[in-house]
Design a protein around this ligand. Structure first.
Ligand code: ASP
Length: 337
């Protein structure tokens, strides 16, 4: 049998954590993680890299670029990649990597656990073994999260539970596959239709501000942020609307940001089913007047990281829209007419 070559990239997280007097902290190395899944050797050869060891609370765009660079540098040598990562920001990392590494016929699985791998009662060994099994499968490709028996497209995951083993859900899209016992059952078996060369990006524009609306919010606070950010994502209500409490402060803020050459994007704080600003007058008018892009069925994690990825390439408004509405790694189904 031709054994697959897999690169395991360990980055910390609960999966690699030990109890300390100050709480859980990532201390178990990538090599040690591997020692917990000796059965992996049956069907693949695994090398290990450890670029950093962080609670994923401390992971941001800098680490996303590091991970993309490592995969680019090792792309030819391996058949697949497994990234062990904390769960807290895993959905952001998987979405960011989906934009930084496009059209990858080789699979890149991001995994982790709710409980450390050295505990007798843990989801870590199953998740790690499932990930290794998944990236060794000929049908697997592109960036996915493998967790709790689900394989979720990298742009579609959301951490919905802080403690349970089924922490992640696939939002507005079916899971790519489920893994039961040792069997991988593909729901999206589309590798044959993938075309184009793998494509890596090496820059992001991280100056993105997310503004979560609450009833009674004051739009004038956005004025103070304009100099420090290149894009404003407004996490509004329902299918998307801009409130007016009599002072028109939000419309005025959007006008100023847009006039200053900043990007304004509308998203919704409702996790499922997405936005459609054309439905209500409160959204329709603003969308038409300022021609701002909206999330539609993309997750918030995808919208944020996609915005950073686009800002790393262009500040040009039409090009921003074009890229924002280009479907990447299954992130967007509901395209505007
Ligand atoms: N705080 C941890 C982290 O994100 C949680 C986890 O891994 O489950 O690194």
């Amino acid at each position: 049998m031709n054994l697959k070559k897999i690169l395991l990239i360990a980055t910390g997280g609960t999966i690699a954590s030990r109890h300390t007097e100050n709480g859980l902290s990532p201390q178990i190395t990538g090599k040690e993680l591997l020692s917990y899944i000796p059965e992996g050797k049956e069907f693949c050869r695994i090398d290990v890299l450890q670029p950093f060891s962080l609670d994923s609370t401390n992971v941001c765009w800098q680490q996303w670029l590091t991970l993309a660079k490592i995969i680019q540098e090792h792309y030819q040598q391996y058949d697949g990649f497994v990234i062990c990562h904390g769960t807290d920001t895993m959905a952001y990392t998987a979405a960011a990597l989906s934009y930084l590494i496009r059209n990858s016929l080789k699979p890149i699985a991001v995994t982790g656990a709710q409980r450390p791998i050295d505990l007798p009662d843990t989801d870590a060994r199953t998740n790690l073994m499932d990930s290794v099994r998944f990236v060794s499968d000929d049908r697997a490709h592109d960036v996915c999260i493998v967790f709790g028996g689900l394989v979720i497209a990298g742009t579609r995951a959301k951490k919905e539970r802080t403690k349970s083993y089924n922490a992640f859900s696939s939002i507005n899209y079916p899971p790519v596959a489920v893994i039961q016992d040792r069997r991988i059952i593909f729901y999206i078996d589309d590798k044959d239709s993938c075309t184009g060369e793998v494509c890596f990006s090496d820059s992001l524009g991280p100056r993105v501000f997310l503004y979560r609306m609450i009833p009674g919010s004051d739009g004038t606070v956005l004025d103070a942020l304009m100099d420090r950010y290149d894009a404003l994502i407004i996490e509004s209500f329902g299918v998307g609307g801009i409130p007016d409490y009599g002072d028109g402060s939000f419309r005025e803020a959007i006008r100023k940001w847009t006039a200053a050459g900043r990007m304004v994007v509308m998203a919704t704080q409702v996790p499922n089913e997405g936005s459609d600003m054309s439905v209500y007058e409160v959204g329709h008018a603003v969308k038409n007047e300022y021609n701002i892009p909206e999330s539609y069925d993309m997750t918030l994690e995808a919208v944020i990281t996609k915005t950073m990825w686009i800002l790393g390439r262009t500040r040009e408004r039409d090009r921003f829209r074009e890229l924002f509405y280009t479907s990447i790694n299954h992130d967007l189904l509901f395209l505007p007419e």
